[in-house]
Write a protein that binds this ligand. Structure first.
Ligand code: MUC
Ligand code: MG
Length: 384
């Protein structure tokens, strides 16, 4: 029985290729929290916990993820049997409230180590892949319509993406609709155009925002109102021809069940981070499936590491009606994996190989690391 010997947490800061303009913040860098669990037989499991824009997207920050893992989750796991991830997930969930991203980072590392010791990929461990690749969207969020159109045309010409998610909600609704219409007119039927409002609209904004987006032929509207406004989401879902997608409203199977039973979405953006890990994300997908709600593989703009683990999960879901947005690694100026994830023909490919199928480039990790901390029962040291 390999037990858990050490847990290392590292924060990396990597610049984005351009400003990524969202309703609540403009990202110029991304901070990945990497978790490395070393087991007594020498095996290693690696996971990632990542959020967006400090505390502007949700209630976890890179620093809180680091602290939750190092100060609260790691001490529970030291010396525990690494070969029973389900028991460890249960134990963590009993002792750590909230903090789904921190829990996801640790859980991802547990599954990775478990699969590697069995010489299996994560998707093989989860019962087998139903797809080797999946459609992948790109987010147009430069903040300027002309730049977005140029970016989209390049993506279509190089056959990298033909699904585009536009980030709106920062400007008045009328201006947002003009911005989306300009992009839709320029791209015509070559692409699927979707928008993400990131909770920015009131219900009254959303009523006419949704109608305006319907008129210009938008395919999907993501999280138009606040995550807590389930009744407003249900009203919009019932009244709109355009599909309404829940994102921030979903934080694991319990909230997914509430959204599903209120018919407050047509589609779920299922995120490993928000769901609290790979296992709970699979449960959210199962709930969507059982409720006749479409599934879309969502991202928190993870590095290749978190993206790889998510790809294995979404390779195994029964349905993936709306494709995915696993483009995270392409948004950053540098790659932290030895072998980058493969994109082509409008698809992202599930990395072959054992565990999550990818290996960190430790020179890059060391270059971008801001801070790190090791928990081994003796050291509680933070190393800068
Ligand atoms: C979100 O809200 O969906 C996913 C893609 C992207 O550009 O931002 C994220 C967050
Ligand atoms: Mg979203």
């Amino acid at each position: 029985m390999p037990h858990i010997d050490t847990i290392e947490v590292i924060i990396l800061d990597v610049p984005t290729i351009r400003g990524h303009v969202l309703a609540m913040t403009t990202m110029r860098k991304q901070s990945f929290v990497i978790v490395r669990i070393r087991f007594s037989d020498g095996s290693l499991g690696t996971g990632e916990g990542t959020t967006i824009g400090g505390l502007s997207y949700c209630s976890e920050s890179p620093e809180s993820i680091c602290s939750a893992v190092h100060d609260y989750i790691a001490p529970l796991l030291l010396k525990a049997d690494g070969d029973n991830p389900n028991a460890l997930i249960s134990m963590i969930e009993r002792s750590v409230r909230g903090n789904p991203i921190a829990r996801a980072a640790v859980e991802m590392a547990l599954w990775d180590g478990y699969a590697r010791r069995r010489n299996m990929s994560l998707s093989a461990l989860f019962g087998g892949a139903l797809r080797a690749s999946m459609p992948v969207a790109w987010t147009l969020a430069s903040g300027a319509a002309e730049t977005d159109i140029e970016e989209a045309q390049e993506m279509i010409a190089s056959r990298r993406h033909n699904i585009f998610k536009l980030k709106i909600g920062k400007r008045p609704v009328r201006h947002d609709i003009e911005h989306v219409a300009a992009i839709k007119t320029a791209l015509g039927d070559q692409a699927s155009i979707r928008v993400d409002v990131n909770q920015a609209w009131s219900l009254t904004d959303a009523r006419w925002g949704v109608a305006g987006l319907d008129e210009i032929g938008i395919d999907l509207i993501e999280q138009p109102v606040a995550a807590t406004e389930i009744a407003a989401m249900a009203e919009l879902t019932a009244g709109s021809r355009v599909a309404i997608m829940a994102d921030e409203a979903l934080s694991g199977p319990v909230t997914a069940q509430k959204v599903a039973s209120a018919r407050a979405a047509d589609v779920f953006a299922v995120k490993v981070m928000q769901s609290g890990g790979l296992k709970r994300a699979q449960e959210v997908c199962a709930l969507a499936n059982a409720s006749g709600i479409g599934v879309y593989g969502g991202t928190m703009l993870e590095s290749g590491l978190g993206t790889a683990a998510a790809l294995h999960v979404f390779a195994c879901t029964d349905r993936l009606d709306w494709g995915s947005e696993f483009f995270g690694p392409l948004l950053f100026t540098d790659e932290i994996l030895q072998q980058p994830i493969r994109y082509g023909d409008f698809h992202v490919h599930v990395p072959l190989g054992i565990g999550n199928g990818v290996e960190l480039d430790m020179d890059k990790v060391n270059f971008y690391r801001r801070d790190s901390a090791i928990c081994d029962g003796r050291t509680v040291a933070k190393v800068s």
